[in-house]
Design a protein around this ligand. Structure first.
Ligand SMILES: O=C(O)CCC(=O)C(=O)O
Length: 293
């Protein structure tokens, strides 16, 4: 199954900043992905590396997250590399961003049943930590069950992709919260909800204002998102956004602590150390037994 956008769909994306597709992969693949993501979220995969965190809550180990996200889940489930979703999404990204478009990052978001928090209004571009570089970016958001207004489907402000970057702040003004919220001037009454079947897709430009409601239903709302960008070019006009300056989240602290402990090499070294100590202990005990003391 391959997906190609028509000229009308491409023109609509440029005009309105988002597109809705009924299918980007098969029902079988969606089922397989649901199993993988339910496992990853249950394990909080990548927690100690700061890859797994609560977007909207306090993000403490002993607190139930209200909007858990895993960044680059492919690190924890390499089988995610082999999907029709990925193949179709890259082809679509190249139609929309041009032939230089490449995978940029990916993430998965789980809105728990009954208490999954709303996703605040934001523009993805407001999250960029790479001043001095310019590129176009888009995200392809795929639900792993039906996405409805009640469980938190995506909602977009059409045409906002052609406007400026609006002012943002950390959610609720708390720089320890990972999510950003737009506090600039926009008309949330113009929002267009984008309900989808499982395996459908909502595609949005990095400047399109979007958000999603809380999940008030009995089923969790899961979404797997692939982000793409065009080839980056240096740009003197691109400065660090003020709302990112001084932002320190618990996830960033975990990532830093992980890096200081040596990252994956540190973990390998620790495991070798543990193994060596346990082996040496066994040898010592055996020698004592042989010597009779
Ligand atoms: O899944 C959500 O609730 C939000 C996703 C989002 O903001 C994004 O994909 O850019």
């Amino acid at each position: 199954m391959t997906t190609t956008l028509s000229d009308e769909q491409i023109a609509s994306f440029r005009e309105r900043g988002y597109l809705q597709l009924d299918a980007i992969t098969s029902a079988e693949e969606v089922e397989r992905l649901r199993g993988i993501f339910d496992r990853l979220f249950a394990e909080r995969a990548g927690w100690e590396k700061g890859r797994s965190f609560d977007l909207a809550g306090s993000d403490e180990a002993d607190k139930t997250p209200v909007l858990p996200q895993i960044l680059n889940p492919i690190e924890f489930a390499p089988e995610l590399g082999d999907t029709q979703f990925r193949v179709n999404a890259l082809a679509i990204a190249r139609q929309l961003l041009g032939p230089t478009a490449e995978p940029w990052f990916e993430h998965a978001i789980f809105k728990p049943a009954h208490f999954g928090a709303p996703t605040p209004w934001h523009q993805d571009e407001a999250h960029r930590y790479d001043p001095g570089m310019d590129y176009e970016q888009l995200s392809i958001w795929m639900p792993l069950q039906p996405a409805t207004v009640e469980n938190g489907c995506m909602q977009y402000i059409p045409g906002s992709n052609r406007g400026p970057i609006l002012e943002h702040r950390s959610l609720g003004g708390d720089p320890r919260k990972s999510a950003l919220e737009c506090i600039g001037d926009f008309d949330s009454a113009a929002a267009e909800p984008c309900p989808l079947p499982p395996g459908g897709a909502a595609i949005h430009h990095c400047r399109t204002l979007h958000g999603a409601s809380a999940n008030t239903t009995d089923i969790p709302r899961r979404a797997y998102i692939l982000a793409f960008r065009s080839a980056p070019v240096p740009s003197a006009n691109r400065e660090m956004y003020p709302w990112l300056v001084g932002k320190t989240t618990p996830a960033a602290e975990r990532a830093e602590a992980w890096r200081k402990r040596g990252g994956p090499l540190g973990r390998g070294a620790r495991r070798i150390g543990e193994f060596t100590r346990s082996f040496a202990g066994k040898v010592k005990r055996r020698v004592r037994r042989i010597l009779g003391n």
